[in-house]
Design a protein around this ligand. Sequence first.
Ligand code: HEM
Length: 496
Amino acid sequence: MRKSLQKFAEKCPFSATSVKTSVPRRFSEIPGPLELPIIGNIGNFKYAVRSDSKTIEGYNHHLEEMYHKYGKIVKENLGFGRKHVIHLFDPADAQIVLAADGKTPFIVPLQETTQKYREMKGMNPGLGNLNGPEWYRLRSSIQHAMMRPQSVQTMFFYFLFILRYLPFSQIVSEELVKHVAKEQVRFGHVNMQKVAGRWSLESAGQILFEKSLGSLGDRSEWADGLIELNKKIFQLSAKMRLGFPLFRLFSTPSWKKMVELEDRFYAEVDRLMDDALDKLTVKDSDSQNMRFASYLINQKELNRRDVKVILLSMFSDGLSTTAPMLIYNLYNIAAHPDAQHKIQKEIKEDPTSTKLPFLRSCIKETFRMFPIGTEVSRITQKDLILSGFHVPSGTAVDINTNILMRNEVLFSDSPHEFKPQRWLEKSKDVHPFTFLPFGFGPRMCAGRRFAEQDLLTSLAKLCANFDIHHRGEPITQIYETLLLPRGNCEFEFRKL
Ligand code: HEM
């Protein structure tokens, strides 16, 4: 967690306890679309299929439209007993919500279907689906595994993280360069939809299973199958989230399909986890030399089931996020030759450096322009006053980071343009809760360090070896639980 931001949040003059304002308006007065009995607002998506913003795939456009129509706080009801969700489009409200998080923030699971599936199978729901003390126990062990030892200062933690995990990122990035070169020769272009997935699977293998999975080598077909399975789960999950949730009442064809997909996915991942854990249990070894999974399996407080829950959560969350981010970054780099040359120059000047401030600012700008998620969600644990309205404890709130990060008012300097320079200039008074690609606080993305390091290392290696060009129609985003690339993901990599 960014300490400075945390302090900023704690000192927040608007936090619920310190708010001194006129009487807040009632919850029922929060603006939003007209609700129908039982189905609430869910019909918005199901029937109105003519414009992009009214389809499930255009959910992000729907959010944008609601912001323009109703303002910075909007109430929506997903129907069928799911109560209201409050959409927030103001960083000051985001700050109030996150400042009130406490030690164990509560969230709404990203995929209700995955939570239901795991419960049905008697599995632990996993990190992103848990709340309360069980979440805290598992989450704490991840922090220890990533940032041990505990007794040193924060900056030193980060240094230790790099020292321990950077070599594995580098191995994967070198394999990626070889794989890309081969694909380029074979097909005359590289389909990054496939290659980025193989890359993120290979990286997960190094950290979570502590071995090469061969995804960028002789097992690329196997990797493609697993990635495709995961993609289908995300696609179907989005439809079930925003469609009529009849699967809650009985076993619908969609639910049966979901169970079949999840069964196949878990059978594969279970095999990977069992193989890894059988090999990684060691006696009397120095925990300082252990990688992520072997550290976990050798902790007395964690049993094998706990470790599997953690690995599974990290695996499934990581697989679907870093791969699209690699594609978005390559797209921005290819579409902006000036930026590409600047990155290449920066690397040439100091080939072993991991600082690379300009490349880092390009990655940051890509997070801003192509956020992978539509929101950071929380269930409030206190009564709060948001945009002057009373929001009771126990309400689901979505901080719509994807809108915040491209907002014309908040980013007055060409918010729809790729301008990495903006991150190198002195802050132009952008509210710190405007840019939250990894969320915030104790619940912030558990894989953030891995993701950032993998992106930086691999993009640096690709830019150092190739001139990168994008082919065909521009890449945009489509909502499939996450905001995934839509458009042509074929790139040309010309050897430098
Ligand atoms: C660029 C890639 C990624 C982005 C943008 C991203 C973003 C996020 C966000 C926004 C959250 C919710 C945070 C909050 O509620 O405050 C999250 C949670 C999570 N992420 Fe990531 N993530 C990425 C990659 C990864 C990777 C590589 C892993 C695993 C290796 C991972 C594992 C997780 C887990 C386990 C959670 C749930 C944490 C919890 O509830 O305690 N993520 N991520």
